[in-house]
Unconditional design. Structure first.
Length: 283
């Protein structure tokens, strides 16, 4: 496998990010595949990991979050313009600058013609917002508060350029997971990393978009998993270790792994917890 010296790293910290679990996922990869699909891409930790290992020939990524997908598209098409936009002087590490940006971001959210600006703002809001979360109110407005972080670089230029090169081989979709894998066929590999089923009534892992991800969506996903498995697609899925989810994937290989993660929606409590990795193949 080809590995290049400049590695790229995710340019965004996303709730539910898989950096902690990468070694466990890596150990359970299929022996080989054609197209790689990541229909809940978030910060794309596994995509980047596979890209760095030279294991992405072609890929399809998707997420329901339109601003996140706009960011991926801008990284692919206009990396230099994005780097220039991120270096704007207004992107300062203080609450007033953060709130001004948040206000402007909400004004232009989804607006065509502002793609690069929106992408740069999302990088800034993600870096300096509370715990790098994405959260919207019932009007669909981004409402994460200022995070009081130490000064940090907004982007690494070399890593972002490398990411842009990787994305040249990737179809990027702002779509539901079901549509995102429509073209998956025998010999392809899909990694599903849905919003996790809450571990308890207080833990809320459904705040990724204004609609949330309900148990009915977990069931819809499990039906899709079975359908794709029959087609001969290699499948790997992660979720929290709760009996309702384990039941949905009965008959497949389910392994329990330890993970450290934020366990509530405002990310204040971080503790060790158990997750499951489901696969439909031998590794
Ligand atoms: C657990 S996160 C993925 C984390 C990612 N693997 C990472 O390393 O950062 C789940 C993602 O699913 C997205 N999502 C929620 N509902 C979705 C749906 N119906 N279809 C596609 N993506 C969805 C959310 O916007 C969020 O980015």
């Amino acid at each position: 496998m080809h590995t290049s010296r400049t590695q790229c790293s995710p340019f965004i910290k996303w709730a539910g990010g898989k950096r902690q679990l990468l070694a466990e996922l890596d150990r359970r990869l299929p022996a080989g595949w054609n197209t790689y699909f990541e229909p809940f891409v978030g910060g794309g930790a596994l995509l980047v990991h596979l890209g760095n290992k030279g294991q992405i020939r072609s890929a399809v990524i998707a997420d329901i979050n339109g601003e996140l997908i706009n960011l991926y598209q801008v990284v692919r098409q206009h990396p230099s313009d994005l780097i220039a936009a991120v270096l704007k002087e207004e992107f300062r590490n203080d609450c007033t600058s953060f709130n001004t940006c948040k206000h402007e971001f909400n004004r232009i959210m989804g607006l065509p013609g502002h793609e690069i600006e929106r992408a740069a703002m999302l990088i800034y809001l993600n870096r300096y917002g509370f715990n790098g979360l994405w959260r919207v109110n019932n009007k669909g407005e981004f409402n994460v508060p200022f995070g009081r972080h130490a000064d940090r670089a907004l982007v690494s230029e070399t890593s972002l350029m490398k990411f842009s090169t990787l994305l040249a081989r990737v179809r990027i979709l702002n779509d539901d997971f079901g549509s995102a894998v429509k073209t998956a066929k025998r010999g392809d590999f899909v990694y599903f990393d849905p919003p996790y089923m809450p571990l308890s009534k207080t833990a809320n892992f459904t705040d990724y978009n204004s609609r949330g991800f309900r148990f009915a969506d977990q069931e819809r996903l499990a039906r899709l998993f079975r359908k794709l498995s029959k087609k001969g697609v290699h499948l790997m899925l992660s979720n929290s270790k709760v009996p309702e989810i384990e039941e949905l994937y009965s008959g497949f290989t389910i392994e329990t792994v330890d993970a450290k993660r934020f366990i509530n929606c405002n990310g204040q409590r971080r503790k060790g917890t158990q997750e499951i990795i489901v696969t439909n193949y031998e590794y």
